[in-house]
Write a protein that binds this ligand. Structure first.
Ligand SMILES: Cc1ncc(COP(=O)(O)O)c(C=O)c1O
Length: 382
């Protein structure tokens, strides 16, 4: 077992300047946006500090270290061999998704997603006029599963793209190799390009197995573009670096015109911190996983004790809980009411698409004290 990460006190956290800490009034406890409250890994702090000491700033150009660092990580953690030279750098997953869709498609092309799903998938595609087609996950109590018939039906209507959150935000679901193979076979049959957003993958819990989509079959290798970054797992959001790659040489070539433009909009600090994350921070990552697993368990205990009429997801990955408030006195949008009444900020379920009403997403990557305070503040309103 590795050590636990300790979140600073609330007073200390309130000195942070990210949106999580600036968005709300000072009496609000913020547990929405996917940032962790834990301290950054020491090798990342060292890498960035050293850059500053050497005045090593400037525009980001070639940075082969990133592909090599990620390929090393993928090999160590998932036994996945990728070609470091196929890795392209970008600002963040949002920019990469938008630019990839633009490069490979045109406005009006349809994109399948499986809600409830990370709301930015809707925002990004709307921005460029690529309509979303929903194939909601099937819900059975707190269990969710893929609607393969729905996917086949929609793929069969000629949709061009499928975006998957693998693992799934907000449910913390890990898809199996068999499930991914089945999707890849359908995508191949109907010529659908898959964008596999694997940003949460490094935070897969001990005893669970994350499967990279691009690894599962020849069909996946031909249909999948993988997008990822260190921003969720090592708390580097906002440093502006991410990466994408595909093993399909034709798609790789089609994406070549993007390379210089989107790379130069990413940041050198982002690239250096990502290299440190992917190559020197496995031990920190293990501690982060232990810490969030423990926090997930503690949150489940608090819910059982204080929120008897609430159901929560059972994540196998990352630090997000999908909370079902359907059996409470709260209305369709519990997050809005709870912000006003309990002074706790969680993410509204409605932007997560079909299945989001009466739900909210809570980020439990914080201290047990803050978690307990949030749960007890909310309890009287349920
Ligand atoms: C599934 C998923 N994809 C992408 C992002 C955002 O990534 P980026 O900041 O690199 O655009 C998030 C952030 O929470 C996320 O949960």
């Amino acid at each position: 077992m590795s050590g636990r990460l300790l979140a600073p006190s609330l007073a200390e956290l309130r000195k942070r300047r990210s949106t999580k800490w600036r968005e709300y009034d000072p009496d609000v406890l913020p547990l929405p946006v996917a940032e962790m409250d834990y301290p950054i890994a020491a090798p990342i702090i060292d890498a960035v500090t050293e850059m500053m000491r050497r005045s090593d700033t400037g525009y980001l150009g070639k940075f082969p270290e990133l592909g090599l660092a990620f390929a090393g990580f993928a090999q160590r953690r998932w036994n996945w061999q990728i070609n470091p030279e196929s890795v392209r750098m970008t600002t963040d997953l949002g920019v990469a998704t938008i630019e990839i869709l633009r490069a490979l498609g045109s406005p009006g092309d349809r994109v399948v997603v499986m809600p409830p799903i990370y709301p930015a998938f809707y925002n990004w595609t709307t921005e460029i006029h690529f309509p979303i087609v929903e194939v909601p996950l099937r819900k059975d109590g707190t269990n969710y599963s893929i609607d393969f018939e729905g996917l086949e039906r929609e793929f069969g209507t000629g949709v061009q793209f499928f975006i998957i959150s693998n693992p799934h935000n907000p449910l913390g679901l890990i898809f199996t190799s068999e499930e991914l193979k089945k999707i890849a076979a359908l995508a191949k049959k109907f010529g659908v390009i898959i964008l596999s957003d694997e940003i949460h993958a490094p935070l897969t819990y001990k005893g669970e197995t994350f499967t990279p989509f691009g690894k599962v079959s020849d069909e996946a290798r031909s249909q999948v573009i993988t997008l990822t970054s260190a921003s969720k797992s090592w708390n580097l959001a906002g440093l502006k670096c991410a990466l994408f790659f595909t093993e399909n040489s034709e798609l790789h070539e089609k994406l070549e015109p993007l390379v210089k433009g989107i790379r130069s909009r990413a940041s050198l600090i982002g690239a250096a911190s990502h290299v440190a994350a992917f190559s020197e921070c496995d031990e920190w990552l293990d501690s982060a996983i232990d810490t969030i697993e423990e926090s997930s368990q503690y949150f489940a205990e608090l819910v059982a004790k204080h929120w008897p009429n609430v159901q929560i997801s059972k994540p196998k990955n990352s630090y997000l809980s999908w909370v079902d408030f359907s059996d409470t006195r709260l209305g369709e949008d519990p997050a809005v009411e709870l912000l006003e009444k309990a002074r706790v900020a969680i993410s509204s379920g409605i932007p997560f698409g079909t299945g989001g009403k009466h739900h909210a997403r809570l980020n439990f990557a914080t201290s047990p004290e803050i978690l307990e305070e949030a749960v007890t503040r909310i309890a009287p309103w349920l």
